[in-house]
Design a protein around this ligand. Structure first.
Ligand SMILES: [Zn+2]
Length: 133
């Protein structure tokens, strides 16, 4: 998945769960930092262990609400990456990749993008129709 799709998907989830959208979006981009680091892509930075540890740090530093936004944004990234061909080592250091390549990467990106845009447009339309003056 591309960063924009990860961001948009986490934004939608933040809206649905009434969480801080900025924290969720930044958290959704964090796992792919491993691309610029001298470590294997989609291993520790794409693991549940890493997500729990950083979420706990957020919990103690910024509070429960931001930790929830972080966990939702981060886990949304892991969820979407599972649909890639290479998959994600969710339970790193266990050497097993979870992968569900139902479609090509481009099709997956486009599908998630369209679903998110439909959700946001629908939300905008509802707030326009049912707005309180
Ligand atoms: Zn990733």
């Amino acid at each position: 998945m591309i960063g924009f799709v990860h961001s948009l998907f986490s934004l939608v989830l933040a809206i649905v769960f009434n969480l801080n959208p900025a924290v969720a979006v930044v958290a959704s981009l964090l796992p792919d930092v491993d691309i610029i680091l001298p470590i294997q892509h989609r291993e520790i930075f794409h693991s549940v262990l890493f997500m729990v540890l950083v979420s706990l740090l957020f919990r103690f530093r910024f509070g429960k609400k931001h930790a929830s936004a972080f966990a939702v944004g981060f886990s949304s990234h892991l969820f979407l990456d599972i649909f890639s061909k290479t998959g994600v080592k969710l339970f790193w250091p266990v050497d097993y990749s979870f992968s569900l390549p139902l479609m090509s990467s481009n099709t997956a990106n486009l599908s998630v993008l369209v679903i998110c845009l439909v959700f946001l447009l629908n939300m905008q339309t509802k707030s326009f129709i049912f707005r309180e003056d």
